[in-house]
Design a protein around this ligand. Structure first.
Ligand code: ADP
Ligand code: MG
Length: 703
């Protein structure tokens, strides 16, 4: 019998959420805090003191001994430094538990070891964390006990953003302001705020913990750097949505419980395309909360996997030849009174506000396709994008039949007069209900697809924070809204002007619309003909951050300064170089200490066999042939290993920056592939007993 889980009871039990605040805070303090949360009013220290005190009391009741400012530096993962609540011992030798308003709203971790991309010299190490009261604090229970986690932004002494959250919050302000402008033009006087809603679907792999620790590549890099394909892969499509095995089901149950307790609305779970691959999707939330929650999802997946004797791989491409993992970023714009700006309604052709929003998005994505592509750039994602399993590296928009047709009408005749209807689905079985059909089918090959009342940006890597992509989305759409509002606010005849503008945007940016198969070679050619950028790698994507057009836009909407953008580009080049350097060195280590010695030993046993067979007077040519084959591949391995070592030495000696990152991509990566090839061939002909680590088959089919 399994235990009964009462989800409604446990949901949010470890979150300092609105109902806890209402219950615990004095009325006036609660109202002041709500004003800060909703309208950005500054919080005075006296109010912060009261909140901090109540938050501490609540956390201690939950067993908390420590608090931490939880932040998102540019390392890609979250950071935290724990402080206990104890104050200086009293004369009696006892301690009090204390937590002040100042400690709640501001922290000062030594920032010198976090990436700053030259924004500050090491001797100017000061950095500040500032409480983001729009994302609720929570108590986390783990081996460290219970810790009060306070979501914070992280800035330098001079106010430059050193994290993912600060620009995200800035971009949310930008899209809010421009969306409200747009709504006012359409006569909406009631909505006070517009927030981007985000629902990230998280893909991940699970492997057995013991096998994981037998692979240095998984330990150091999160992906396999060697490995021959097993006889069976994903060709049968029998894993996708397949019955969830018991070991995995037990894991999922615990993940859900942990997430629900900290207020993450884990909703959907299923097996994914690749063997050992799964997905978890929460219900969407406002962008900054969704980003924080996605970090919690990733951390919880990892922690709970360990508790179940497994390891969770969040890398975009843990296994070559097997589908990798991404994160679909569902995005829409919601008003405080519950309206979705991306909802087309039943007759989109008549919904002028929606058509303007839609064409503004077409314009934004077409104009800044390079930035959007960059926001999904990650060393791991280089293996996925354009490799026929994830969207191509070319940004395009899928609108589907209904909206595609409305756009077509607009472009061709300047007037949209009708919308294609969904109709009924007839299964041909009388006992099955007739289903209402969506007006549009899905297209999973598109990087940016309209899916009913939201856009789904499908390029994001599974490990990445979704902050970056949402900063870009919010800002580019804010810019397009702002340009449209400039025109429309100055127009004498609004009706005429908006009609003209929609027509103009639809015509100017129709090249970005593509409803066909994004995996096909024809699309690559067609996209080139249309002049759409096809940016294949991370190192080639990074320059998008610092173009004149990007700097002008980000500065205009106060999301990034030029210096912040330049520093981010620098950090990304370095992160890329470091990631590849670790991979290359891991390969050299594995080849030198594991594969080459194992194969040498194996050749000895083959040679002994040849001699023994000959001595017995039999024909040893088959055995001798095996020995020759293995020896040839061994020689190739040694040679490739030497070459890779030389290139890595050369790269390490280079100066940090773009040139070095490009060297890693264009020179080191191919040398890594050259080393992998003979080793994978050896794996297929060397005795399994002699092979020094678990194979792909062992890893993905025996979890
Ligand atoms: P799919 O069928 O595309 O895999 P899922 O149910 O796995 O869909 O995930 C869809 C995600 O999109 C969920 O996180 C969901 O909450 C989110 N979502 C739904 N509506 C919106 C919206 N209007 N804005 C943003 N996200 C949304
Ligand atoms: Mg899904």
């Amino acid at each position: 019998m399994s235990e009964v889980i009462n989800v409604a009871d446990i949901f949010g039990e470890d979150v300092f959420n609105d109902s806890v605040m209402q219950e615990r805070l004095p009325k006036k303090i609660y109202r002041d805090l709500k004003k800060t949360i909703e309208e950005g009013k500054e919080l005075d220290l006296a109010t912060a003191d009261v909140i901090a005190h109540e938050m501490k009391e609540w956390a201690i009741e939950k067993g908390a001994t420590h608090y931490t400012h939880w932040f998102q530096p540019l390392t890609g993962v979250t950071a935290e430094k724990h402080d206990s609540f104890i104050s200086a011992p009293l004369e009696s030798g006892k301690v009090l538990m204390s937590f002040s308003g100042k400690e709640l709203i501001k922290g000062e971790p030594d920032a010198s070891s976090f990436p700053s991309g030259g924004l500050r010299a090491t001797f100017e190490a000061r950095g500040y964390t500032a409480w983001d009261c729009t994302s609720p604090a929570f108590v986390r229970h783990d081996a460290a006990g219970a810790t009060l986690c306070i979501p914070t932004a992280f800035c330098s002494y001079t106010g430059e953003a050193l994290d993912q959250k600060t620009p995200l919050l800035r971009s949310m302000e930008a899209i809010n302001e421009q969306s409200i402008r747009l709504l006012r033009l359409f006569g909406n006087t009631t909505s006070k705020k517009v927030v981007p809603s985000v629902g990230p679907e998280q893909e991940y792999f699970l492997v057995d913990g013991e096998k994981f620790f037998q692979r240095k590549d998984l330990i150091y890099t999160g992906r396999t750097l060697f490995g021959a394909m097993p006889p069976k892969g994903q060709e049968l499509d029998d894993h996708y949505f397949g019955t969830i095995r018991q070991r995995i089901a037990g894991f999922m149950k615990d993940v859900n419980i942990e997430l629900w307790k900290v207020g993450v609305s884990a909703k959907t779970q299923h097996n994914e395309v690749a063997p050992a691959q799964h997905e978890l999707a929460p219900i969407y939330a406002q962008a900054n909360v969704a980003v924080d929650h996605n970090h919690l999802v990733m951390q919880t997946l990892k922690r709970v996997a360990c508790q179940h004797g497994m390891k969770c791989l969040l890398h975009e491409k843990p296994f070559a030849g097997v589908n990798g993992s991404g994160k679909h970023n569902n995005w829409s714009l919601t008003t405080d009174d519950g309206r979705n700006l991306l909802d087309p309604g039943k007759t989109p052709h008549e919904n002028i506000q929606f058509l303007l929003v839609l064409t503004c998005i077409l314009r934004a994505v077409d104009k800044h396709a390079d930035l959007l592509r960059e926001s999904a750039a990650d060393p791991g994602n280089d293996h996925r994008l354009g490799a026929n399993e994830a969207p191509p590296a070319i940004i395009s928009i899928f609108l589907g039949e209904q909206l595609g047709d409305v756009m077509e009408q607009l472009i061709v005749t300047g007037e949209a007069t009708h919308s294609i209807k969904g109709g009924r689905l007839d299964t041909g079985v009388r006992t099955l209900p007739d289903l209402a059909k969506d007006a549009t089918d899905r297209n999973r090959t598109s990087p940016f697809a309209f899916t009913g009342n939201k856009f789904e940006f499908r390029m994001v890597g599974s490990r990445d924070s979704v902050a970056g992509p949402n900063v870009v989305l919010n800002t580019i759409v804010a810019e397009a809204f702002s340009e449209a509002c400039d025109v429309l606010e100055a127009a004498d005849d609004f009706g005429l002007a908006v009609h003209d503008l929609i027509k103009k945007y639809a015509a100017e940016h129709q090249r970005i619309i593509f409803n066909g198969n994004g995996y096909s070679d024809e699309w690559v050619k067609e996209a080139e003909r249309r002049g759409l950028p096809n940016i294949r790698s991370m190192v080639e994507a990074i320059p998008a951050l610092t173009t004149d057009k990007a700097i002008a836009m980000f500065e205009k909407f106060k999301v990034f300064t030029r210096a912040e953008l330049e520093s981010r580009a620098e950090i990304k080049y370095e992160n890329y170089a470091k990631a590849i350097n670790i991979e290359a060195r891991t390969m050299i280590d594995m080849a030198s200490k594991q594969f080459i010695p194992a194969v040498i030993k194996y050749t000895k046993s083959l040679a002994d066999t040849v001699i023994a067979v000959k001595e017995a007077g039999a024909d040893a040519s088959v055995q001798a042939e095996a020995l020759a084959d293995v020896t040839k591949l061994l020689a190739e391995t040694k040679k490739a290993n030497v070459r890779l070592t030389e290139l890595v030495d050369e790269a390490v000696a280079m100066e940090e920056g773009e040139k070095r990152a490009r060297f890693y991509y264009f020179d080191v990566v191919p040398a890594m592939e050259a080393l992998r090839a003979p080793v994978d061939k050896l794996e297929m002909i060397v005795d399994k007993e002699a092979w020094p680590m678990p194979s792909y088959g062992d890893l993905i089919f025996e979890v």
